[in-house]
Design a protein around this ligand. Structure first.
Ligand code: AMP
Ligand code: FE
Ligand code: FE
Ligand code: ZN
Length: 282
């Protein structure tokens, strides 16, 4: 029995509607699906409605980008739509995204690749608008061959059309998640760009101290030794070794829901270990 605890829909930078993700999860025989769109819970009602007619457990969640050199992402599970400490913060984060996207569009214009915010909004549909949408517009206009190339040449950190935005610190984000009754998980740890064991140990110590619950050890593309290495790290630091596909539909070609690049498997037992940390909030 398998689950997928990290996925994106049209509510952020995925290309499948939330209801389609649910359909696909059911088709794959998954028993649970976490919808973790970047900085938004907008896709949750549609996913819930679709899941209500099935045996699939739908876990509402989000994925936050944190203030840390390298890309540090936090997956937050069981974050309920509605008012709450982290939920309220998402609105401010959306403002920051909007201003950042505007800045990128201006930079691209100066670099001879004019696109408009309207075109980006159209590509995005509803929910969180992000760089993958900008990349897709650039591709359509023939400025780049792929979304990956748009990041490598222009939109990635240190590239000419890169613009930053304010991010929560890891401590802040973990605290807000816990105060909201949700379960914080460190996403795809290989993207932290840490290759020294002592540096990773210091970081996990610090995040565990802030209340981190889980560490993604099963990610799309991980080889067996990586999965085992991260699972071992999780054990050493008292974290739940979890995982998910980070499915984005056509924005990440070749990466499938549930199975990643074909060999991903996140067992249902992981969910039971995480569930213990979920907290009811008044
Ligand atoms: P944003 O949230 O708007 O800053 O965009 C970040 C998102 O872009 C990530 O969550 C990924 O989905 C995607 N992304 C980041 N780096 C790359 C890359 N090199 N190639 C393709 N997609 C990427
Ligand atoms: Fe994404
Ligand atoms: Fe991520
Ligand atoms: Zn993700």
């Amino acid at each position: 029995m398998a689950v997928d605890l990290h996925t994106h829909s049209t509510a952020s930078d995925g290309s499948d509607r939330p209801s389609v993700l649910v359909e696909k999860a059911v088709g794959l025989g998954l028993t649970a699906l976490a919808l973790t769109d970047h900085d938004t819970l907008e896709g949750v009602p549609e996913a819930r409605a679709a899941a209500a007619e099935t045996d699939l457990e739908l876990i509402p969640g989000t994925e936050l980008s944190l203030d840390h050199q390298g890309a540090m992402h936090l997956v937050v599970l069981w974050l309920e739509p509605g008012p709450g400490p982290l939920q309220d913060r998402l609105a401010a984060i959306q403002h920051g995204r909007h201003a950042r996207n505007q800045a990128i569009v201006e930079l691209l214009g100066e670099l001879g690749m004019p696109i408009s915010v309207e075109e980006v909004a159209e590509e995005s549909g509803s929910g969180s608008v992000g760089r993958p949408h900008i990349a897709a517009v650039m591709m359509r206009k023939g400025y780049v061959q792929s979304v990956a190339e748009a990041f490598d040449l222009w939109l990635g950190a240190g590239r000419p059309a890169h613009a930053g935005r304010a991010r929560a610190t890891p401590e802040e984000a973990i605290g807000l998640a816990l105060d909201s009754g949700a379960v914080p998980v460190l996403a795809h740890p290989h993207t932290l760009g840490i290759n020294r064991a002592d540096e990773m140990a210091d970081l996990l110590d610090r995040l565990r101290g802030a209340g981190l619950v889980g560490l993604e050890a099963a990610c799309s593309g991980y080889r067996r030794h990586e999965r085992e290495g991260y699972a071992d790290l999780a054990r050493r630091f008292g974290l739940v070794a979890t995982g998910g596909s980070d499915y984005h539909g056509r924005y990440k070609p070749g990466l499938e829901l549930g199975i990643g690049y074909g060999d991903l498997l996140v067992p249902e037992t992981v969910l039971d270990r995480l569930r213990v940390y979920r907290r009811a909030v008044a």
